[in-house]
Design a protein around this ligand. Structure first.
Ligand code: URA
Length: 449
C-alpha cells in the first residue's frame, strides 16, 4: 500500500477501505507517514466527503490509536453528554450529578477553553484544590462511589486525534463533517460509555454558525455512532446568547450551585438561568431515556425535575468536589465573594430603545478571553475569578443607565478591551423580541423530531 495512492483515490471521490485508513492513521501516529501527505488526504476528505461506513471505520481506527477506559466490574448504565461548545455552557456540572442521582453512571472526559468558547476543566479547576488530571484508577473509583467523575483526556487517549486536529487547524481542514465526527466520537468512545447525548449548538457563539451545518453534524454523529453500536441522540440547541447569567470559571460554578439548589428563575426582566436549565433538563432527560430509567422524554424530564428538587444532585456534586481533591467548605465560603480585582459595568446608553433584543454570544466570548476567562493559545493560563455577571439579557425592559452586566477582569488592560466589546454586544429595540426556543430539534437513529 502507498499513501499517495490512497490520497489519489480520495481526491477522485472513491470510498476508502478500513485497511487503507488504518494504514494512513497508524503510519501517521508512528511517524512513517509525513504531515504533508496527511494534509493532502485531509483536504481530499474536505472536498470529497466520506460515506457513513467510511466515517465509522475512520472513527474506530482513530479510537484504536490509543488507550480506552475499561469500566468492566462497575455496574452501568454508562451514559455521557458532549457539547460542541459555547459561551456560558456549564450544563455538564449540573447534569452529571443529576443523572447520577437517577442511577446513571457518567464517565465524563472534557476539554479546556479555547478561542471564545469556555471549557469544563477550567471551570472545575476554579474550585480550590479540584483535580482534573485523574489517573485511570482514580477515574474508575470515583465513578463507582459518586456515579460520575470529570477529568481531562490523557495523552494516551486517541493520540491520532491530537496530531490530526493540530494539522487540520493549520491546513484549513477543521470544517469537514466526517473529520469532526471521527474526532469527537473517537474521544467519546474511548471513555467507555455505551450511550451518548450530543448537544450540537448553532448560532454566533457556536462552532457551527449555521443551523444547516449543525444539523448535518448532528446527523453524522448519530449515524456514525449508531453504526459503531452506540445509542445516540443529538439535540440542536441555540447559542446566539451566552447561556445563563454568568460567564466565567468560578462564576459559572456558583451559577451551577444555585441551579442545583433550585434557584434558576427570577423576576420578569432580570437575567436568570432558565435558558441554561431548559437545555440541561432536556439533555439530562435524553440521558435518562438512553440509560433505560424512563420510557419517554416526558417521563424522564419529570424524574429529573423531582430529583433536582430533592437536593440529592447538589449533595452528589459537593461529594464529587471532595473526591476530586477540592474543598467544598471553601467553595461555599467563597461563593458570591471571589471576584477578579479590576471591575467595571456595562450600562444602557442614553437614548437606547426600551428592550434588549440580543446579547451576542461571540462578542461576549471574545470579551471573556480578554478578561482572562479563556485562552487564545492552548498553553495560556486562565483566571478563576474573571468573568461577566448579567443583570439583564434578551427580552428585558430597560431604561438608560440601568446596569446590564458587572464585569471582572484579571488585568486593567483586559477590562478596557472587554468593556469595549461588551458595549457592542448588546442590541436594543422598541418591542420585545420573540421568545427563542432553546432546543430546536432532536435527531436520533429513529429520525428527527
Ligand atoms: N471538536 C473536536 O473535538 N473535534 C473537531 O474536529 C472539531 C471540534
Amino acid at each position: 500500500m502507498r499513501a499517495v495512492d490512497i490520497i489519489a483515490a480520495k481526491r477522485d471521490g472513491k470510498e476508502l477501505s478500513r485497511g487503507e485508513m488504518e494504514f494512513l492513521i497508524s503510519g501517521y501516529v508512528s511517524g512513517a507517514i509525513p504531515d504533508y501527505q496527511i494534509s493532502a488526504w485531509a483536504m481530499a476528505v474536505y472536498f470529497s466527503g466520506m460515506s457513513p461506513a467510511e466515517t465509522a471505520a475512520l472513527t474506530s481506527v482513530m479510537l484504536q490509536s490509543g488507550q480506552t477506559i475499561d469500566l468492566a466490574g462497575i455496574a452501568g448504565p454508562f451514559v455521557d453528554k458532549h457539547s460542541t461548545g459555547g459561551v456560558g455552557d456549564k450544563t455538564s456540572l449540573i447534569l452529571a450529578p443529576l443523572v447520577s442521582a437517577l442511577g446513571i453512571r457518567d464517565p465524563m472526559m472534557s476539554g479546556r477553553a479555547l478561542g471564545h468558547t469556555g471549557g469544563t476543566l477550567d471551570k472545575l479547576e476554579a474550585i480550590p484544590g479540584f483535580r482534573t488530571n485523574l489517573s485511570t484508577d482514580e477515574f474508575r473509583r470515583i465513578i463507582e462511589t459518586d456515579g460520575f467523575a470529570m477529568t481531562g483526556q490523557t495523552k494516551e487517549v486517541v493520540p491520532a486525534d491530537r496530531l490530526l486536529y493540530a494539522l487540520r487547524d493549520v491546513t484549513a481542514t477543521v470544517e469537514s463533517i466526517p473529520l469532526i465526527t471521527a474526532s469527537i466520537l473517537s474521544k467519546k468512545a474511548a471513555e467507555g460509555a455505551e450511550a451518548f447525548v450530543f448537544d450540537v449548538k448553532y448560532g454566533s457563539g457556536a462552532f457551527m454558525k449555521e443551523r444547516e451545518k449543525a444539523e448535518l453534524l448532528a446527523r453524522s454523529l448519530v449515524d456514525t455512532g449508531t453504526a459503531m453500536g452506540k445509542k445516540i441522540i443529538a439535540l440542536l440547541t441555540a447559542m446566539d446568547e451566552p447561556l445563563g447569567r454568568m460567564t466565567g470559571n468560578f462564576l459559572e460554578v456558583e451559577e451551577c450551585l444555585d441551579c442545583l439548589e433550585g434557584v434558576y428563575k427570577t423576576d420578569e426582566g432580570s437575567a436568570d438561568s432558565s435558558d441554561l436549565m431548559e437545555v440541561t433538563l432536556e439533555l439530562a432527560s435524553r440521558m435518562v431515556v438512553l440509560g433505560g430509567k424512563a420510557e419517554s422524554t416526558d417521563e424522564a424530564r419529570a424524574l429529573c425535575e423531582t430529583c433536582l428538587a430533592s437536593g440529592k444532585p447538589r449533595g452528589l456534586f459537593l461529594r464529587n468536589v471532595a473526591s476530586q481533591g477540592g474543598d467544598p467548605k471553601k467553595l461555599l465560603e467563597l461563593r458570591g465573594k471571589w471576584r477578579a480585582p479590576f471591575r467595571g459595568e456595562v450600562r444602557v446608553p442614553g437614548g437606547a430603545a426600551a428592550y434588549i433584543t440580543r446579547v451576542d454570544a461571540l462578542k461576549t466570548g471574545r470579551a471573556a478571553v480578554a478578561l482572562g476567562v479563556g485562552r487564545s493559545r492552548t498553553e495560556d493560563p486562565v483566571s478563576p475569578t474573571a468573568g461577566v455577571e448579567f443583570l439583564h439579557k434578551r427580552g428585558a425592559k430597560v431604561t438608560p443607565q440601568d446596569v446590564i452586566m458587572r464585569v471582572y477582569s484579571a488585568t486593567e488592560k483586559g477590562l478596557e478591551e472587554a468593556l469595549a466589546l461588551l458595549g457592542e454586544a448588546v442590541d436594543f429595540g422598541d418591542a420585545p423580541p420573540l421568545k427563542q426556543n432553546m432546543v430546536l430539534k432532536e435527531i436520533s437513529a429513529a429520525g428527527a423530531a
